[in-house]
Design a protein around this ligand. Structure first.
Ligand SMILES: Nc1nc2c(ncn2[C@@H]2O[C@H](COP(=O)(O)OP(=O)(O)OP(=O)(O)O)[C@@H](O)[C@H]2O)c(=O)[nH]1
Ligand SMILES: [Mg+2]
Length: 318
């Protein structure tokens, strides 16, 4: 069975590229479970990467990211673009209602061959963007999908990691959180390319928008790369402002494509990806290196700094 899987992973990739959703789904599962021989397929994905616009949709729990994702699907499908949404499972504390809501939304598009929705486990990484998610984005890109949305619950590290896979990061906030603008400021603000005020059908949305705009004006560094971060007010539930949001995403994609600053951003992302993968590999190896160094340090025969150098030197060996 395992040998059969390794040969078929390549086939799955071919089938996924010719539009099979089933094959795509199985390919992502194979990547997720680390099926034998999958490394070969994974290596191909990057080179095959097509024209997908990868959008990170991040924000606090319950801010309406999934509902908004659903509204965006409808909008993009109207423009004849294929859309994949990867919802990175936020936490075990998710209410049954939220999970059920996601299921219902998924079913709405179940018969549309131009829509792919999948929940991803955040297992394997602190930040919420797991290796599996990175692989799934690469698979979707290689399979020729137009738009890939990655929904993550914004919390610390995840915000920083999403920039490594998303071309465009949209940070969602909503009125009524009280400290909403402060919450954005705490980590998400820096990585936001587009700021979204969702649930605009509720009172207070315009005030939140004004607050964010005021904050943006005060930011000096943001203006440095020339991208003026838009603040878009939407209601995912009532499907208002969604075309404006799509326009904002398109404008950002064009900026990345057509400007030197945009190209620099792409290089930054590539560099960050390499560093993250290298750090992961290093940690993996450091953890698995069996060593007498521990004894020596514990018994104070060796300085831990010297031991650390020695350990790193050991990891260079294959
Ligand atoms: N009034 C209003 N309610 C909304 C809107 N969008 C979503 N909601 C409601 O907000 C709740 C959470 O919506 P979700 O789309 O599941 O939010 P989420 O951010 O994906 O939640 P998690 O994935 O659990 O973090 C649900 O009860 C939605 O019906 C909106 O535009 N207006
Ligand atoms: Mg959600």
């Amino acid at each position: 069975m395992t040998a059969a899987m390794s040969t078929s992973a390549v086939d799955l990739l071919h089938e996924a590229r010719s539009g099979s959703i089933l094959a795509l789904s199985r390919l992502i599962s194979a990547l997720e479970s680390g099926a034998p021989g999958i490394g070969e397929v994974r290596a191909r994905l990057h080179k095959l990467a097509g024209r997908a616009h990868v959008i990170g949709l991040t924000g606090p729990p319950g801010s309406g990211k999934s509902t908004l994702g659903n509204a965006l699907i409808t909008e993009w499908r109207g423009l004849d673009r294929t859309v994949a949404v990867l919802a990175v499972d936020p936490s075990s504390s998710r209410s049954g209602g939220a999970v059920l809501g996601d299921r219902v939304r998924m079913q709405q598009h179940a018969l549309d061959g131009g829509v792919f929705i999948r929940s991803m486990s955040s297992r394997g990484r602190l930040g919420g963007v797991s290796r599996a998610t990175v692989d799934a984005v690469a698979a979707l890109n290689a399979a020729g999908w137009d738009v890939v949305v990655v929904e993550t619950v914004g919390a610390g590290q995840a915000d920083l990691e999403i920039v490594q896979i998303a071309h465009t990061v949209a940070v969602v906030t909503v009125p009524g959180l009280g400290d909403d603008v402060q919450a954005i400021k705490a980590g998400q603000f820096e990585v936001a390319d587009v700021l979204v005020v969702n649930k605009a059908d509720r009172p207070g949305a315009q005030r939140v928008r004004a607050d964010i705009r005021r904050m943006l004006k005060m930011e000096v560094s943001a203006a440095a790369d020339g991208w003026k971060r838009p603040v878009v007010t939407v209601s995912g539930l009532e499907h208002t402002g969604i075309s404006d949001l799509v326009d904002a995403f398109d404008a950002h994609a064009a900026w990345l494509r057509d400007t030197a600053a945009g190209a620099a951003r792409e290089r930054e992302r590539a560099a960050a990806r390499i560093r993250t993968i290298a750090a992961d590999l290093l940690v993996e190896r450091l953890n698995s290196t069996s060593t007498d160094l521990v004894d020596e340090v514990a018994e104070r025969r060796l300085d831990p700094h010297v031991a650390a150098q020695a350990l790193i030197a050991e990891t260079h060996e294959p």
